[in-house]
Design a protein around this ligand. Structure first.
Ligand SMILES: [Zn+2]
Length: 246
């Protein structure tokens, strides 16, 4: 059974048709939540992609409120660029080159134009997640992940090499990473309505301001697994993104 509903929309510049997809919530088997707020369902990110780069003409445009006639659920009688051709700008995520390409796309969008705070928050959040993708699941480098039988030796070794290389790239770009987070923090403090649950303490933790992260977490009324885990990582002075549930 298809896990998606397809919809169709047109590039405002060249009128090429693109296929979009909405995840059917009831068919999701497995959701993974990370400390930075990124959620994966069946290995796919659930947050809709609002910045589109047209695969036909290279024009970038914003899809904020998908509405007809711009968007239709009826398949148009025309050539259509499938979802895979434009989703995340057609990037292949199976290596670090693809992950860095995603980082660079967001950096280019941010440089290219001035955005209202809501859009800038969206782009900076995605840039933050893209940097974190370089060393997301870092715990998988441990031998225990091979010994537990989660992956074959070949897959584990290959994955381990990619994560270690990703960590190096992350460190090399650390200055940009922190600049982006600081700017995101300022924007989110000014626009609290745009904040995702526990986003502020997480940003402080990833900026290595552990005392501030702990201070904010201790103010949270009802303790959950998420707040407890974040407190634990802040006490360890661990600033890396981690998996909360999955
Ligand atoms: Zn176009």
């Amino acid at each position: 059974m298809l896990k998606y509903d397809s919809f169709y929309f047109q590039c405002p510049h060249c009128q090429a048709w693109l296929e979009g997809r909405n995840l059917k919530a009831e068919l999701v088997n497995e959701a993974i939540l990370y400390s930075d707020g990124k959620v994966l369902n069946d290995n796919l990110i659930t947050t809709p992609q609002k910045m589109i780069l047209c695969p036909s003409c290279g024009h970038s445009f914003w899809v904020e409120h998908p509405e007809e006639p711009f968007i239709t659920y009826e398949k148009p009688d025309a050539e259509i660029y499938s979802w895979n051709t434009w989703r995340f700008f057609g990037i292949n995520f199976s290596d670090n080159k693809g992950k860095m390409a995603l980082v660079n796309h967001y950096k280019t969008f941010l440089k290219k134009s001035h955005y209202d705070p809501k859009k800038e928050i969206y782009l900076r959040r995605f840039l933050w997640w893209a940097y974190n993708d370089l060393h997301r699941n870092h715990q998988h480098i441990r031998l225990k992940y091979f010994l537990n039988g989660f992956m074959s030796y070949g897959v584990w070794r290959c994955n381990r090499r990619m994560l270690l290389e990703g960590e190096k790239l992350f460190i090399r770009n650390y200055k940009d990473f922190t600049e982006n987070l600081r700017r995101l923090l300022v924007l989110l403090e000014k626009h609290p309505e745009e904040q995702i649950d526990l986003e502020l303490p997480e940003i402080y933790r990833e900026l290595r301001q552990f005392d501030k992260a702990k201070e904010l977490l201790e103010k949270v009324g009802s303790r959950t697994h998420f707040t407890n885990e974040m407190l634990r990582h802040s006490k360890w002075k661990d600033a890396r993104v981690f998996m909360v549930t999955g």
